[in-house]
Every structure is written in structure tokens, then in C-alpha cells.
Design a protein around this ligand. Structure first.
Ligand SMILES: CC(C)(COP(=O)(O)OP(=O)(O)OC[C@H]1O[C@@H](n2cnc3c(N)ncnc32)[C@H](O)[C@@H]1OP(=O)(O)O)[C@@H](O)C(=O)NCCC(=O)NCCS
Length: 183
């Protein structure tokens, strides 16, 4: 199977934030941005895979700065990593105020997608051709991030089984909750 370069599938979507995208506080709904991220991840991964892709997992979505109505939001997506049937797409989200020419980097997140054929079966994706320092850095960082995620997910699985009320109740001491439960 022939490889494809990172730049072959690099995709940018730019969308104007219109008033109907706003929440009751006048800022853009997080869900609107999530939907745009999913779209650009789909476009980028499908282009690399040469078939349609579905979203498996989303990492690193934090809304640290609000996006305002009237701003132009651009989502820049690149394939950072490929496995056998999965791809990790890195997405950088920036919001631009066209009037005062300010640009803010609102977040960077990572979508894991899998490639599917017409029969809905998983499909192998082309290898990724790494041509630049950044291509190399992102591929290797993704390997490290996947490893960390696997380790933390194993620990999380253990949390449910390890729960012992008498021992864990001390964790509630500084929390803002009222206990109305008695054994
Ligand atoms: C993703 C899915 C195919 C995985 O099924 P599975 O039986 O676990 O298949 P596999 O174990 O063979 O995994 C397939 C690939 O997905 C990856 N994968 C599976 N679960 C994952 C997870 N939670 N996070 C990241 N990657 C994951 C595997 O690493 C594997 O990658 P590789 O082929 O590059 O090595 C299955 O869970 C699915 O179809 N989910 C629904 C996806 C969907 O429809 N999304 C749209 C939104 S609803």
C-alpha cells in the first residue's frame, strides 16, 4: 500500500460565528465547535484513508477561552499518526477578530478515527509519509500520548473495583457536598 504525505490530507475549515451559534451568555456554544472539529477530522482522515472514517475517541478538548459571535473560527487538521485501521488527527482551533486583527489559539485536540469500507468493515489505511520535523514530532508525540492514555485508562478501570466506602469517604472532606446517606 502506497503511503500518503501529511500535507496530502491537511484540511482547514473556516466558519463565521453567527448569532444563532451563541449560548445564553452570548458566547459560542461548545457543541458548535465540537461539531466543526468532528467535521474537519472527518474530512482530513477520509482524505488520507481514501474511504469514509468514523470518530472513535476525542482527547484534549478544553474550552479555555470563549469564542465570540462575529469571530472567524479556523480549524486546521493534520493526520498526526496512523495505525492499521485508525488515524489520529490533530486539530488546532483559532478564532480571529477581523476588526482588530487579533487571533487567539483556543485549543488543540486530537480525534482518533477509524477507516471503514462500504461493507462497514474496518479498512487498513495508507502509511504516513513523514517529510518535516513537525511531522516527525507529531507522530512520535502521538505514540507517547497513546501509551500514557492506555496506562491511565487501565488505572481508571481499577477505580470502580477498588472503591471501599469506609476508606474513600475521607476524600469528601473538602468537597462541596452534603451526605444524606447512611449505611
Ligand atoms: C472503533 C471500533 C471499530 C473499535 O472496534 P474494536 O472491535 O475494538 O476493533 P479493534 O480492536 O480492531 O480496533 C480498531 C482500531 O481502533 C482503535 N481503537 C479502538 N478503541 C479505541 C479507543 N478507545 N481509542 C483509540 N483507538 C481505539 C484500535 O487501536 C485499532 O486501531 P489500529 O487498527 O490502528 O491498530 C468500534 O468501537 C466502533 O465501531 N465504534 C463506533 C464508531 C462510530 O460509529 N463512531 C461514530 C460516532 S457514534
Amino acid at each position: 500500500m502506497e503511503g500518503r504525505s501529511v500535507k496530502y490530507s491537511q484540511t482547514t475549515i473556516t466558519e463565521l460565528m453567527i448569532p444563532s451559534y451563541a449560548n445564553f451568555g452570548g458566547k459560542i456554544h461548545g457543541g458548535i465547535l465540537l461539531s466543526l472539529m468532528d467535521k474537519v477530522a472527518y474530512a482530513c482522515s477520509s482524505k488520507h484513508a481514501g474511504t469514509y472514517c468514523v470518530t472513535v475517541s476525542v482527547d484534549g478538548v478544553d474550552f479555555l477561552q470563549p469564542v465570540e459571535v462575529g469571530e472567524l473560527v479556523s480549524l486546521k487538521a493534520s493526520v498526526n499518526y496512523v495505525g492499521n485501521t485508525s488515524l489520529v488527527v490533530g486539530i488546532k482551533v483559532i478564532a480571529e477578530n477581523v476588526k482588530d486583527a487579533t487571533v487567539k489559539h483556543t485549543n488543540t485536540c486530537y480525534f482518533t478515527m477509524v477507516a471503514k469500507g462500504d461493507d462497514n468493515q474496518l479498512m487498513k489505511v495508507p502509511p504516513l509519509i513523514l517529510e518535516t520535523f513537525d511531522d516527525m514530532r507529531r507522530f512520535i508525540s502521538t505514540i507517547k500520548r497513546k501509551k500514557l492514555k492506555l496506562e491511565s485508562s487501565d488505572k481508571m478501570k481499577g477505580l470502580k473495583d477498588d472503591f471501599v466506602l469506609d476508606e474513600d469517604i475521607s476524600l469528601l472532606e473538602k468537597e462541596r457536598c452534603e451526605i444524606k446517606f447512611t449505611t
